[in-house]
Design a protein. Structure first.
Length: 245
């Protein structure tokens, strides 16, 4: 699929229909990858989600995969792309717009939390390996590059905020989760070295909605193998959240 997004750009996506032809519109999920990745890297999630009866839309963010490039990529732009994909998917005749959920990995996870924090029509969200705060993530990266915190590190952080047009505090999952009202499942690897599991616990502690859950699995930041083994629990969460009451 080609889906229009911000700045007159186009997103590439794969729409996988549910396994059976339903007589009424059904639930669907939008799946967003992480930084430097693409929709193909998320495809290990496709078979269990398909078998569970969900339609799925796997998308490439701008500047990733087969989507159009743009001046830069950022968490807010990932979120913009998720929102445009949501609006497109909600118009498809086989999809129930009241039962669209989001799944994201890493920066994509932060993006789906951000989208869920500002849209009341998101029915559910699954965050996989989200970081708690962009500034903390960047400080870890700068430390690995042996860039001193003062003054160069702080200058870089402020420059990035100016470039993307958003304060880190305003887009940080540890803050945006406070505005999420839909059911949210935080999935995190116990051996994650990119976004340590303690960050998932920090995000979970900041929740305000009682339907938010935390699922800690074996595995690291990039491995989906362990998530696949626990897809039954993830699909149970999604079925419960996307069932009309």
């Amino acid at each position: 699929m080609r889906i229009a997004t911000a700045n007159q750009r186009q997103l590439h996506g794969w729409l996988i229909p549910p396994p059976t032809t339903a007589t009424t519109p059904g639930p669907a999920l939008i799946v967003m990858h992480g930084w430097g990745s693409n929709a193909a890297r998320m495809l290990p999630l496709a078979p269990p989600l398909h078998n569970a009866g969900f339609a799925t839309l796997f998308i490439d963010a701008r500047c990733h995969g087969a989507s159009d490039g743009d001046s830069f990529a950022s968490l807010p732009r990932f979120a913009e792309d998720v929102e445009h994909a949501f609006d497109w998917l909600a118009q498809q005749p086989a999809i129930d717009p009241r039962r669209i959920g989001l799944i994201g990995h890493s920066v994509g996870a932060g993006a789906v939390i951000l989208v869920a924090s500002r849209r009341s029509d998101v029915a559910a969200a699954v965050s996989i390996a989200a970081f708690a705060h962009p500034a903390a993530m960047m400080r870890r990266w700068l430390a690995e590059m042996h860039v001193p915190e003062w003054p160069l590190g702080r200058y870089i952080l402020r420059y990035v905020e100016k470039t993307i047009g958003h304060r880190f505090d305003d887009i940080a999952p540890i803050n945006t989760i406070r505005q999420v009202s839909c059911p949210l499942l935080l999935v995190h690897g116990a051996d994650d070295e990119v976004a340590p599991v303690e960050e998932a616990r920090q995000i979970f502690a900041a929740r305000r909605h009682e339907a938010t859950q935390l699922l800690v699995l074996e595995g690291n930041h990039e491995s989906f193998a362990d998530a696949e083994q626990h897809m039954e629990r993830i699909c149970d969460f999604l079925h419960s959240a996307l069932t009309l009451r």
